[in-house]
Design a binder for this molecule. Structure first.
Ligand SMILES: [Zn+2]
Length: 409
């Protein structure tokens, strides 16, 4: 930490990071890396509030999937566009997305100027989507985008889950990702019921089942991992599987509390995810950061778990590592200039007596409301709390109208 510090940006990258020299022009505030959201379905801004009070399977089957089956490309474009404004205003500069209508997602991300690991989702729901055709679509998209190598977008492949896809689909999706060295992204062991049903059917935990079938043989990211035991955690570590920990979504859907401290003890790569705005209900990663630490401490009855530094890392550097992104998550020379500047003229930052106080205030008393300015790859995308790249008033109106239509059967 440099106080005061300075950065030099060249071609969207940090050319230099260090202490400020006397006499250099100064800006008040706390400059830090943009936050990394490792698991979300951001266009679900269209369904915020649509499925309150339901457990996961009813949430998906009764509310989400029927609406998603009716969604158009433009619905997803506007859902994602509004989400980009929300994410950027919260200081979240990178997201890992699992969703459909990926062309519209890509367009929204490119226009809003966010950074994204875009993993088109595959699910098998009769009347909406069959996995074989969808896999072809996804692979075609991934190959095209990989070949064009856009600046801030990487692609991967998302298998929805082991409960919403047959095993041969999981095999095919895993293989398609491995052949291309792409990230494969899946919901894993989110609820107790899902784990019990799969275990009854296959005679082994869902984590062990996927490992046995080679699903984790390439680059893998699993969301949730709430219902994993020590043996499962060893399997995840053995295969270097990264975890997107989504404490708020897990709590809101009554799924449980994932064993974050155990994951870290096993040496897993762990980042944080908001999950979709239908189960959170916002895209504010600051809340995940604090809740992750609070729940880990409450669960273990140990105030020494998850230091402020570790908690902040989950939302930044560790999140980047979980996604396999070496160029974001820290203010270091050579990394992308994905920066957020927090207003420091706030009670949350007072007092600062010891050196570490600023760090603990960032986790325990600051929040997204203090994010004033945001840059992605050196381009300013938020100024004084206002998103410069999205016509937010129009995006709110579009999502309002489209969500109303999608809610009608
Ligand atoms: Zn999810």
């Amino acid at each position: 930490m440099h106080r005061p510090g300075a950065v030099e940006v060249e071609d969207g990258r940090l050319a230099w990071v260090g202490p400020a020299s006397p006499g250099e022009p100064r800006r008040a505030g706390v400059l830090m890396p943009g936050l990394v959201n490792c698991h979300c379905h951001s266009p679900m801004t269209l369904f915020r509030g649509a499925a309150e009070g339901l457990p996961l399977q009813r949430f998906l089957r009764e509310v989400l999937w029927p609406r998603e089956a009716r969604m158009t490309r433009d619905d997803v474009y506007w859902g994602m566009t509004l989400a980009c404004a929300e994410l950027l205003r919260f200081g979240v500069t990178t997201t890992c997305e699992m969703y459909v209508h990926e062309e519209a997602m890509l367009e929204a991300v490119e226009e809003a100027g966010t950074r994204c690991v875009l993993t088109p989702g595959v699910v098998d729901v009769p009347g909406w989507m069959r996995w074989q055709e969808r896999l072809e679509e996804v692979v075609t998209f991934c190959d095209r985008v990989s070949a064009s190598a856009p600046d801030r977008v990487e692609v991967g492949i998302a298998a929805h889950s082991a409960y919403a896809l047959p095993l041969e689909a999981l095999d095919a999706l895993g293989a398609a990702a491995r052949e291309r060295d792409l990230l494969v992204h899946i919901h894993l062991a989110e609820t107790e019921d899902e784990c019990a049903e799969l275990e009854a059917e296959h005679g082994t935990s869902v984590t062990a089942l996927l490992a046995e079938r080679g699903f984790f043989a390439g680059r893998a990211l699993v969301a949730h991992a709430v219902w994993v035991d020590e043996a499962d955690l060893r399997i995840l570590r053995e295969h270097d599987v990264a975890v997107a920990h989504c404490p708020q979504s897990n709590a809101k859907l009554g799924a449980g509390v994932a064993p974050l401290a155990d994951m870290l003890r096993h040496g897993l790569r762990v980042g944080l995810g908001t999950d979709g705005p239908a189960s959170n209900n916002d895209l504010d990663l600051w809340e995940e950061m604090r809740l992750a630490a609070l729940l880990a401490r409450a669960h273990a009855r140990d105030a020494g778990l998850l230091s402020a530094q570790e908690s902040l890392a989950l939302a930044t550097r560790a999140g980047a590592e979980a996604l396999g992104l070496a160029n974001v998550g820290a203010l270091e020379q050579g990394r992308a200039a994905d920066l957020i500047l927090l207003r420091a003229d706030d009670p949350a930052f007072v007092p600062q007596v010891e050196d570490d106080d600023l760090l603990s205030h960032l986790v325990w008393s600051a929040s997204s409301r203090l994010v004033g300015d945001v840059w992605v790859a050196g381009r300013q995308v938020v100024r004084d709390g206002e998103c410069l790249t999205v016509d937010e008033e129009r995006a709110r109106r579009e999502v309002q109208e489209r969500a109303t239509r999608l809610a009608q059967r």
